[in-house]
Design a protein around this ligand. Structure first.
Ligand code: FES
Ligand SMILES: [Fe+2]
Length: 372
């Protein structure tokens, strides 16, 4: 009788289940990844005027990003130097020249210096220079804000030079889209009841695109196969003019693109928390803020050419609606996946099918960071 030889398994394992819900692992990730790496924090043009600010959650810290009076962006811990009260409670807004604490009215300039403290500011024994807001390192690259909680971080360039950290157009694509010149036409914020890594993993594969994203596959037929684009992007269907809910173009292409950019979608990811969607007439950036082991805030910013936005009939919604639809489909399945990870059936983790194999690189990167 013949013997049968078992084939090597075509599967690779995911993280074990506890990596998606254990508070101790979550805390370790916040310490080893989000407190040490440069973390994406929105486009610079979302804060166009002095005094414009937004508040971000990075690891266990609340961080204020504000444009100062000189027009530069700065970031500070959102904590009063008197007795620690939260300074800015809203997610974003505009400050009229200073940041004032509600509690005892200590006041800080937009550059973080203490400029007001009732009864004590002018005491000779009060060294006000020691009581400015704690700065957070901030760099702007390609119009995108990056923040780092470390006291002496390496440069952002050093992080971006590691090819495992991102796949931002090694073909020069990202430069052609000139993100720094685009303005925000729409922002949406989602709270997803799923671990941030489930969202990253979901975005890193298109095995789910056929079953989950019929509207997306109508625009990008290759996605029906589950194959994701390489660095050159994915072609539109023959009858599709633009990446919009109708498939029709309602804006001219972005200046600076190559003719071949006009009919394709290019998606890039950057560790630890950002995805870029580069389209012919807009750019959409999705980014994550982990809020807890099973909760993640996702912000999507849709960016357009300022000339197109100045047109009286400018309407971003045909671009917004398609990605918003895809986003909501994604969040639904990420939340379903979260509901399974605590089961004993998932204690050892699941399996990546061959089309998802590359996600294992993400897993290995995270595991390496957790040991560092
Ligand atoms: S805690 Fe902010 S002024 Fe007292
Ligand atoms: Fe998806």
């Amino acid at each position: 009788m013949g013997t049968s030889t078992r084939q090597a398994s075509p599967f690779l394992s995911t993280f074990p289940g506890r990596y998606y819900y254990d508070p101790a692992i979550y805390a370790q990730e916040q310490e080893c990844i989000f407190s040490r790496m440069w973390v994406y924090g929105g486009v610079a043009n979302s804060l166009p005027k002095p005094g414009d600010y937004r508040v971000l959650q990075i690891a266990s810290e609340s961080v204020i990003v504000v444009r100062n009076k000189q027009g530069a962006l700065q970031a500070f811990l959102n904590v009063c130097r008197h007795r620690g009260a939260r300074l800015c409670s809203a997610a974003s807004g505009h400050l009229n020249g200073s940041i004032q604490c509600h509690y005892h009215a200590w006041t800080y300039g937009l550059d973080g210096r203490l400029i007001g403290a009732p009864n004590v500011l002018n005491r000779p024994d009060f060294e006000r220079a020691l009581y400015g807001l704690h700065p957070v390192a901030l760099e702007v690259w390609q119009g995108m804000i990056w923040l780092n909680l470390s006291n002496n971080p390496p440069s952002l360039r050093e992080q971006l030079d590691d090819p495992r950290v991102h796949d931002f157009g090694s073909n020069g694509a990202i430069e052609r889209y000139c993100i720094a010149n685009l303005n925000v036409g729409k922002t949406m914020v989602y709270e997803v009841q799923a671990n941030w890594k489930l969202i990253m993993e979901n975005t890193l594969e298109c095995y789910h695109c056929g079953p989950m994203h019929p509207e997306l596959c109508a625009l990008l037929p290759q996605y029906k196969t589950g194959l994701i684009d390489g660095n050159d992007g994915t072609e539109f269907a023959d009858n599709v003019e633009a990446f919009t809910i109708t498939g029709e173009a309602s804006r001219p292409p972005l200046p600076g693109l190559l003719p071949e950019d006009h009919r394709r979608y290019a998606g890039y990811f950057g560790m630890p928390n950002v995805f870029l969607n580069l389209l012919s007439d807009h750019v959409a950036i999705d980014w994550l803020e982990p809020l807890g082991p099973a909760s993640t805030r996702v912000t999507s910013e849709w960016l357009f050419d300022p000339d197109a936005m100045a047109s009286p009939d400018f309407d971003p919604m045909d671009a917004v609606d398609i990605l918003d639809l895809v986003n909501r489909q994604d969040w639904e399945v990420c939340e379903l996946a979260q509901q399974g990870v605590t089961s004993k059936a998932f204690a050892q983790g699941g399996n990546y099918a061959p089309l998802e194999h590359h996600i294992r690189d993400f897993v290995d990167y995270i595991l390496e960071k957790l040991e560092s």
